[in-house]
Design a protein around this ligand. Structure first.
Ligand code: HEC
Length: 154
């Protein structure tokens, strides 16, 4: 009986944490939307004119990997557009995934660009807004180039 009680407790705690996490994420999106209405968290324009322009076709692998200029641009673009959820310097506070642990390399590039273009919506709740139309392809790949420089093994 004692063991059962402990198990139930743990399950309840886990459920509660999940709920709290979900609610926090939704709260953040709501706060972001409100702030947006007041004009202070508008997606920031990112100047990528110094990079090779990529045209209209979306790449599935990062054309800027290890490109110093892209890394510099991506650092600032991340802090302006992603850090409010994923943390300054990509060090997550726990609400959104810690992007330092995203694998390096082409395979994860495709996953990355898909998430950033489309965002993440679950059961009608926006966990992460889509960035297509907000950021250029060049800006997204610059962010990915920078992220790989702060990568950590799990
Ligand atoms: C409003 C908050 C918010 C903003 C802003 C945001 N994200 Fe996210 N992002 C999330 C959340 C929450 C998830 C996890 C969604 C889920 O549960 O699958 C996520 C998931 C991701 C993932 C998938 C990670 C994984 O391991 O599954 C990537 C990649 C990502 N975000 C990149 C970015 C980038 C790059 C930016 C900036 C251009 C950005 N995000 C802006 C909240 C945000």
């Amino acid at each position: 009986m004692r063991i059962n009680k402990v198990k139930t407790q743990t399950l309840k705690e886990t459920l509660f944490r999940r709920l709290a996490l979900g609610t926090a994420a939704i709260g953040i999106v709501a706060a972001a939307t409100l702030a947006h209405a007041h004009g202070d968290v508008t997606p920031q324009a990112v100047d990528t004119s110094s990079l090779t322009q990529l045209g209209a076709d979306w790449r599935i692998a990062n054309p800027y990997r290890d490109n110093a200029d892209a890394i510099r641009i991506g650092d600032s673009a991340f802090n302006q557009n992603c850090a409010r959820c994923h943390g300054l310097g990509a060090v997550s506070g726990g609400i959104a995934p810690d992007l330092r642990y995203l694998e390096r390399g082409d395979e994860m590039d495709e996953f990355f660009i898909g998430k950033v273009r489309n965002g993440v919506t679950r059961n009608g709740a926006v966990y992460m807004p889509p960035f297509e139309g907000m950021l250029t392809q060049e800006a997204m790949w610059a962010i990915r180039a920078w992220l790989e420089t702060v990568h950590e093994e799990q």
